[in-house]
Design a protein around this ligand. Structure first.
Ligand code: ZN
Ligand code: ZN
Length: 103
C-alpha cells in the first residue's frame, strides 16, 4: 500500500528530526560548548570558506550526529580541531551541498 508506506516514512523522518534535535541540544546547551564556540570564533573570526564575511557560526566538519554512542558523540562535538568558523551563508550552502551528496 503506497499510502501507508508514505505515512510510515513521514513518521520515521519526523522521529529522526526529533532525535537529532535532542542530540544537538545535548551538546549546544552545555557551558562547555558555549565556551568552546566562543574560543573558536575568537581564534578564527573570519569565515573559513569565503574568507570575507565575519564568522557567526561554528560548524562540525565531522558531524557528531551520526554517532550513536554518547561518549563518541561528545568526543567529536568537543574536538576543537573538528570545528570550522563560518558565516551564515557558507554554512547554509555547505549543509545544502552535503544533503545533495546524500541523496
Ligand atoms: Zn563565508
Ligand atoms: Zn554545520
Amino acid at each position: 500500500m503506497p499510502t501507508l508506506k508514505k505515512f510510515q516514512n513521514q513518521r520515521l523522518k519526523k522521529r529522526e528530526i526529533t532525535e537529532s534535535k535532542k542530540k544537538s541540544q545535548e551538546i549546544y546547551n552545555t557551558d562547555r560548548w558555549k565556551k568552546l564556540r566562543k574560543a573558536k570564533l575568537m581564534l578564527n573570526p573570519v569565515c573559513e570558506i569565503c574568507g570575507k564575511e565575519l564568522a557567526t557560526q561554528v560548524h562540525h566538519k565531522d558531524s557528531f550526529l551520526k554517532y550513536e554512542n554518547l561518549l563518541k558523540r561528545k568526543e567529536v562535538a568537543y574536538n576543537f580541531d573538528n570545528l570550522q568558523s563560518l558565516c551564515e551563508w557558507c554554512h547554509i550552502r555547505l549543509h545544502r551541498d552535503e544533503r545533495k551528496k546524500n541523496i
